[in-house]
Design a protein. Structure first.
Length: 163
């Protein structure tokens, strides 16, 4: 193959690859926002009430849209994985948001720090966790979720889903 033909072939390949990359990144990011009131929770403390690794909180809440209409459920667990010298806890989260169709789900994971002796993050604060997957219309979901504990005790989750 001549040098000229090799250069033209490589240039054509570069055009094809850049076109594929543009197609792959042309999808727009999507934001999904859901709300809920105080969740119903059960706490399994295996000690005399002092926080220890292995403590599990199991909870559920009805999800709503911005108008307050029911759109699904949030269910999950928070497991204490570490207690700092200050008493603050590191909790590992596994949260599942199921929507009107049970197969439409978003799953959040990750860990966050919780104040000493608190059942949740403080009102007026937020945490960020990775979106670790989805199914149905959210199949292949990836991105992150911001969870806001509002001052009035309600909650808001904003899913930032990447294309």
């Amino acid at each position: 193959m001549s040098l000229r033909r090799l250069v033209l072939s490589l240039a054509a390949l570069a055009v094809v690859v850049s076109g594929l990359a543009a197609c792959a990144s042309s999808g727009a990011a999507k934001e999904v926002t859901v709300f809920h009131g105080a969740p119903t929770a059960t706490v399994d403390l295996v000690t005399d009430g002092a926080a220890t690794p292995g403590d599990v909180r199991v909870f559920s809440a009805q999800l709503t849209d911005a108008s307050g209409a029911a759109i699904g459920n949030l269910r999950g667990t928070l497991t204490t994985t570490e207690v700092a010298a200050s008493g603050d806890e590191i909790r590992s989260a596994y949260l599942i948001c199921s929507f009107a169709k049970p197969e439409d789900q978003l799953v959040i994971g990750g860990e966050s720090s919780y104040p000493k002796d608190a059942t949740t993050i403080a009102p007026g604060t937020a945490v960020i966790r990775p979106v670790i997957g989805g199914s149905g219309i959210y199949a292949g979901a990836r991105g992150w979720a911001e969870t806001f504990h509002n001052a009035d005790g309600s909650w808001r989750h904003v899913f930032h889903l990447l294309p």
